[in-house]
Write a protein that binds this ligand. Structure first.
Ligand code: PLP
Length: 284
């Protein structure tokens, strides 16, 4: 497996970065995860836009032009045999020899990217959905930045597992649903799809964006609105969405069935439309 590091493609087993990299020492960096279908980057412009927003918000220099980003990721894809992949790319602020929270001026960012095969979601999950617990959202107040600093997400994922669940839906200090530990949340109530509005409390998910587009194209009623824990508990359907999982149906929430305890009808419908959207993209 080959990875991209600072302008070069090298075997993964030989790629090395400095122990003085601020990504390692401070978690001072941002990242993206981009799905690839039939060797084509999916929704690349939206992912690049979000990367640029994360870099700008953290005052990390964007080291490459749009065309250079595209070229390097396309080359990374072509160097691997898998038709469907997901790319992880990370930009950290760079290397600093003397410890200081304040970054030096004009640092050279560290650019790293690698790819993995993208496996379809298992038949078991499609058939039966997944179990979720609600947990307090213990993260910071700039979750719109895709920061590499993921310790709270890791802790919440572990807590969910300890409770026998597959994942967690996070409830903010304001009592409102924010998102999943690595996904956005949708619920269905009386035929309307509802998702929390974009804000500093959630990541503006690209899959969320595609689902909104697909729902609008097919006249599925859609609302961006705050969701309380009570409303979530009364939902007919709940989904988690992300680039590597698309939309996952949640069939159990805090030990109780969601709706009739089976993946919902609107989810089935949206899944079909989503696959058609992907097929159109690949044929374009
Ligand atoms: N929210 C969080 C916290 C995430 O980590 C992710 C993706 O991993 C998402 C939402 C979903 O974003 P996307 O659909 O762009 O993958």
């Amino acid at each position: 497996q080959t990875v991209y590091l600072n302008g070069q493609f090298v075997p993964m087993t030989e790629s090395q970065i400095s122990t003085q990299d601020r990504g390692f020492l401070f978690g001072d960096g941002v990242y993206e995860v981009i799905p690839v279908y039939q060797k084509q980057l999916f929704e690349f412009d939206a992912h690049l836009e979000r990367l640029k927003n994360s870099l700008q918000a953290t005052s990390i220099l964007n080291p490459l032009t749009d065309a250079e980003w595209k070229k390097l990721l396309d080359e990374l894809i072509q160097r691997h045999p898998w038709e469907d992949q997901f790319i992880y790319l990370q930009v950290t602020r760079g290397i600093q020899m003397v410890r200081d929270h304040l970054p030096a001026d004009c640092m050279t960012p560290t650019i790293y990217a690698y790819t993995n095969p993208l496996k379809p979601v298992s038949a078991d999950i499609i058939e039966n959905g997944i179990k979720i617990v609600t947990l307090e959202d213990i993260r910071w107040l700039r979750c719109d930045i895709k920061a590499i600093t993921l310790l709270p997400n890791v802790m919440m994922k572990l807590a969910a597992k300890q409770q026998g669940a597959d994942d967690a839906i996070l409830i903010g200090r304001d009592g409102l649903v924010s998102e999943g530990s690595a996904s956005n949340v949708f619920m269905v109530k009386d035929g309307t799809l509802i998702t929390p509005p974009n804000s500093h409390k959630i990541l503006p998910g690209i899959t969320r964006l595609v689902i909104e587009k697909v729902a609008q194209n097919h006249q599925i009623p859609l609302l961006e609105a705050d969701i309380t824990l009570d409303e979530l508990l009364q939902a007919d359907e709940i989904w988690l969405t992300s680039s590597t999982k698309e939309a996952l149906p949640i069939t159990q929430l805090d030990g109780k069935p969601v709706g009739n305890g089976r993946p919902g009808q609107i989810w089935q419908l949206l899944r079909q439309h989503y696959q058609a959207y992907k097929a159109d993209f690949l044929n374009a």
